[in-house]
Design a protein around this ligand. Structure first.
Ligand code: IPM
Ligand code: MN
Length: 355
């Protein structure tokens, strides 16, 4: 298969994990006889510094002209600590989501055999957890009308029926291909927007009779997720709730550095880790590249390259089994392997008899 990949390394640890992701794709291409072409674009603080725009026109064009985007991370303390900054790196990420129409963010959460003790939750609670959060990504408070002055500010949590229908459809379809259990997470006891979500979901239930649907308030879901994570199969929720719940969900896996995601919608799909740019670690060769690498697996699977995706996942499991992991996953937070070394190990596993 021939694929053109737009690579957006971004900021902080982004470039380091991006290199590992690209190397893994190259190893897959040569092993399975594919042709993947990579072209690089600017995003985030790197783009603000270079051209004054966190998601420049040239990057949008590159994304639109590509089959997929491999994204890493954006964010920089220089902007975080300056509430008056006119442009922020994160706006680049939001612009990309909006301009590519990426309304569905798929965030799979799983535990990795051998890493159960990395979670601060008891191993018997997290063991075998395997669920997917479907997060709406282009609506709600993130994009609703905003107002900001010195003594008053607001964000508008707005959702229209078509926006709700299309994201719920992603949730129902995914649930029907998995364990057929969909949890619609909302705050319908308080929020009007949530009541519309619930109404639309109840109407749509009939189209997927094989899927068992339950409705859960977001505060309750936040508790249930760490009390009984195996309860969940697919959860679907609005933008803000999905943002918060998936950071919480990473605790089930044991490290933010393990969770990949895909964002799909109207234009080119984007594959990215759920973690941020971790600027304090930039250049130190300690960032865990596995979330990026698992995003590559999701990319491959998106294009029907099932065997290739499986090979990437097996390489990841093998590295964990053999203790070839970055310090976040090592015993006592230590490890002799850095980002690059883990990357090299994975690519050679993929290229050699390991697979
Ligand atoms: C995420 C991130 C982003 C979000 C930030 C960086 C704008 O936290 O992808 O979850 O809030 O969506
Ligand atoms: Mn987030």
């Amino acid at each position: 298969m021939k694929l053109k990949i737009a690579v957006l390394p971004g900021d902080g640890i982004g470039p380091e994990i991006s290199r590992v992701g690209v190397d893994v794709m190259k190893a897959i291409a040569s092993r399975f006889g594919h042709e993947f072409d990579f072209e690089y674009g600017l995003a985030g603080a790197a783009a603000i510094r270079a051209v004054g725009d966190p998601f420049p026109e040239a990057t949008l064009k590159l994304c639109k002209d590509s089959d997929a985007v491999l994204f890493s991370a954006v964010g920089d303390p220089e902007f975080d600590n300056n509430p008056t900054a006119k442009v922020r790196p994160e706006q680049g990420l939001l612009a990309m989501r909006k301009q590519l129409g990426l309304f569905a963010n798929i965030r799979p959460i799983q535990t990795f055999p051998g890493l159960e003790d990395k979670s601060p939750l008891k191993a018997e609670i997290v063991k075998g957890s395997d669920f997917v959060c479907v997060r709406e990504l282009t609506g709600g408070m993130y994009f609703g009308e905003k107002f900001e002055s010195d003594d008053k500010a607001y964000d508008t949590n707005i959702y229209t029926r078509p926006e709700i229908e299309r994201i719920l459809k992603v949730g129902f379809d995914l649930a029907s291909r998995r364990r057929k259990h969909l949890t619609v997470v909302d705050k319908a006891n308080v929020l009007a927007s949530s009541r519309l979500w619930r109404k639309v979901a109840q109407e749509m239930e009939k189209e997927w009779p094989e899927v068992k649907v339950d409705y859960m308030f977001v505060d309750n879901a936040a508790m249930k997720m760490i009390q009984e994570p195996r309860f969940f199969d697919v959860m679907v929720t609005e933008n803000t709730f999905g943002d918060i719940l998936t950071d919480e969900a990473s605790v089930v896996s044991g490290s933010m550095g393990l969770l990949p995601s895909s964002s799909i919608g109207e234009s080119t799909p984007v594959f990215e880790p759920i973690h941020g740019s971790w600027p304090q670690a930039a250049g130190l060769d300690i960032a865990n590249p596995l979330a990026q690498v698992l995003s590559v697996a999701m990319l491959l699977e998106h294009f029907g390259l099932v065997e290739e995706g499986k090979t990437v996942r097996e390489a990841v499991y093998a590295s964990i089994r053999q203790g070839v992991v970055t310090p976040d996953l090592g015993a006592n937070g230590e490890s002799e392997y850095g980002t690059e070394a883990v990357g090299r190990w994975l690519t050679s596993w993929i290229s050699s008899a390991g697979a």
